[in-house]
Design a protein around this ligand. Structure first.
Ligand code: 5GP
Ligand code: ZN
Length: 108
C-alpha cells in the first residue's frame, strides 16, 4: 500500500514518535504549522473519519490528551480534515494538535 502514514506505522519511513498504543501512533508533523505540531493517527487505514472503526476511534481522544499534555501547549487547536476541499492531503485519518504560541497574539 502506498499510503505514507501506513509506511510510517510499518517503520518504512522514519518519524519523530511521541506516543504509541496498540491502535494508535503519534508523531511530529514534518512541516509544522507551529513548534510541537503533532499528529495522532489510528493504525487502521481509513481515508476518512466516517470509515474508521469505533474500536480505533476509542483510543484517539485519550492518546491525544496525553500528547497535548506532553507537548506542553497551553493553547492549541485539535482538528481533523476530511476530503480535499476540506484541506485533507494525506488520505489516512489523522488528528492535528497544533500549539498556538502566545507570541502570535502579542501576549508572550
Ligand atoms: P492534512 O492537510 O491532510 O490534514 O495534513 C497532513 C499533514 O501531514 C500535514 O500537516 C503534513 O505536513 C503532514 N505530513 C505529510 N507527510 C508527512 C510525513 O511523511 N511525515 C510526517 N511526520 N508528516 C507528514
Ligand atoms: Zn494508511
Amino acid at each position: 500500500m502506498s499510503c505514507i502514514f501506513c509506511k510510517i506505522i510499518r517503520g518504512d519511513i522514519p518519524c519523530v514518535k511521541l506516543a504509541e498504543t496498540a491502535k494508535t501512533l503519534s508523531f511530529l508533523d514534518i512541516s509544522p504549522t507551529a513548534k510541537g505540531h503533532a499528529l495522532v493517527i489510528p493504525k487502521e487505514h481509513s481515508e476518512k473519519l466516517t470509515g474508521l472503526s469505533d474500536e480505533s476511534l476509542a483510543d484517539i481522544l485519550p492518546v491525544s490528551k496525553k500528547v497535548a499534555k506532553a507537548i506542553g501547549a497551553e493553547n492549541y487547536n485539535f482538528l481533523q480534515n476530511n476530503g480535499r476541499i476540506a484541506h485533507q492531503f494525506v488520505d489516512h485519518v489523522h488528528f492535528h494538535i497544533i500549539p498556538k504560541p502566545n507570541e502570535e497574539y502579542g501576549l508572550g
